[in-house]
Unconditional design. Structure first.
Length: 200
């Protein structure tokens, strides 16, 4: 099976091209949400609007609804960007592991020649894939906590370490490493030891 199309998806050029195509649509979605908030605030005004208190409706309720919608949109956009980043990272990690399999073909053949089983080879490459992903997660967590708390110092708020999200981030990155390493690990485990030892 030809996997060239799958490898191209992990290239930075494809990633930037895809995200740039979605940016105009994200802008249109933002405008639609703002218009929806304005219409919602005016059409479904609270009881004091019926008593002639239009100033409060226009200058308090409508901006509040717009800010709430903008906040929800930012959360959705951040989630979409995070999902795209995870997919790109998984594809890139899979490419790295496939390259590692090709470069260490003789090593795999030697392991099998010395009595190593397929499951041993699979576990080795899966462990390496998960380890790379977790190291990336740790680096990202440290950077995120430092940058976030620098802003908290500027804004004179407390130092916060979101342990729940740290655990969720490590769990997600572990899952990404596991998924990205399955195919390379199975490919390495399926190598014939004789052919692998002759590989150059």
């Amino acid at each position: 099976m030809n996997w060239d199309w799958f490898y191209r998806m992990g290239s930075p050029k494809w990633f930037y091209y895809t995200t740039s195509r979605w940016l105009p649509w994200l802008g249109v979605m933002t405008l639609c949400l703002l218009v929806t908030g304005l219409v919602w605030g005016l059409a479904f005004a609270p009881e004091d609007a019926k008593q002639g208190n239009s100033f409060r409706i226009i200058y308090l309720h409508v901006p509040a609804s717009l800010l709430a919608l903008a906040g929800y949109f930012l959360m959705a956009a951040a989630g979409a960007i995070g999902l795209i980043t995870l997919i790109g990272a998984a594809i890139g990690l899979m490419n790295i592991m496939l390259v590692a399999v090709n470069e260490r073909t003789r090593e795999v053949g030697l392991i099998k020649a010395l009595g190593g089983k397929k499951r041993d080879v699979r576990r080795q490459f899966l462990f390496e894939s998960i380890l790379i992903s977790i190291l990336g997660a740790i680096f990202g967590i440290i950077l995120g906590v430092l940058v976030g708390n620098i802003f908290s110092i500027v804004l004179k708020t407390g130092f916060i370490v979101p342990w729940l999200w740290v655990g969720i981030g490590i769990a997600i990155c572990t899952l990404v490493g596991l998924v990205a390493g399955i195919y390379p690990a199975m490919k390495a485990a399926a190598l014939n030891p004789i052919d692998a030892l002759r590989y150059e």
